[in-house]
Design a protein around this ligand. Structure first.
Ligand SMILES: C[S@@+](CC[C@H](N)C(=O)[O-])C[C@H]1O[C@@H](n2cnc3c(N)ncnc32)[C@H](O)[C@@H]1O
Length: 216
């Protein structure tokens, strides 16, 4: 059983490091076309916000089965997205990156970049995970209150703590390395929001390596 599978088994609370409850108010956002939500199981928060506009993918079928009707739900691994290049205007990740092991983070960002259309955006909400150092607790968890359309959803997400440290600057740097531009980078208490953009490629003869930035 992997460490991540263990997280879906019962774990005694004395093995878990809980941070204070965090509140995330999810504001509606403009997004044309379909929205790809990676790790869209759990509470299915993005699905609740955007309903039938959402294509929710998750590696765990049972996670998708528990979410409300509305989105198209597909069992799929974000490391190997089964969509054509340049398919989506918007991709979202709501507390999914915390579940991703370090070795897979760049692969997932590259896959999201590939399936986004030029000028497409990747919106990320997640938690700051500090290094475990010599803390004896093996798991890191956050209790959340998520406000969607005025409804408060209480939930909690936890992961094995070893090698899971992350914060907004870490992902902003990784995203820039891949080719994204960082449009917005916010920390609220111990959660963060990151908005990334894949700029359109200029295809004028002889200038194919330049990128154009189109003001919104
Ligand atoms: C904390 S839950 C996400 C919460 C969810 N977005 C919500 O609205 O409640 C993280 C989810 O990411 C999924 N996940 C982890 N690695 C994944 C991957 N490589 N591809 C797709 N889903 C993944 C997990 O199965 C889990 O359901």
């Amino acid at each position: 059983m992997s460490e991540d599978d263990q997280m879906h088994e019962h774990i005694s609370k004395d093995r878990i490091f809980f941070i204070d409850q965090q509140k995330v108010v999810l504001h509606d956002f403009d997004a044309p076309g379909y929205i790809l939500d990676i790790g869209g199981g759990g509470e299915g928060v993005i699905g609740k916000l955007k309903c039938m506009r959402v294509i929710a993918i998750d590696t765990r079928k049972e996670e998708l089965e528990g979410t409300p009707e509305g989105p198209l739900k597909l069992v799929m691994d974000a490391r190997n997205l089964q969509f054509l290049d340049n398919t989506f205007d918007t991709t979202t990740s709501f507390f999914t990156l915390m579940y991703v092991e370090k070795a897979n983070r760049e692969k997932i960002l590259r896959e999201v970049y590939r399936v986004l259309k030029p000028n497409g955006e990747f919106l990320i909400w997640d938690v700051v995970i500090p290094p475990r150092d010599d803390n004896p607790k093996e798991f890191f968890a956050v209790r959340l209150v998520v406000v969607v359309h005025g409804e408060e959803i209480e939930t909690g997400y936890g992961v094995p703590w070893k090698d899971r440290e992350q914060d907004v600057s870490y992902y902003a740097d990784l995203a820039e390395k891949i080719g994204f531009d960082v449009l917005s980078k916010e920390e609220h208490d111990q959660t963060y929001f990151l908005k990334l953009k894949k700029w359109g490629k200029l295809s004028i003869k002889g200038l194919t390596k330049n990128y154009i930035k189109i003001d919104e």
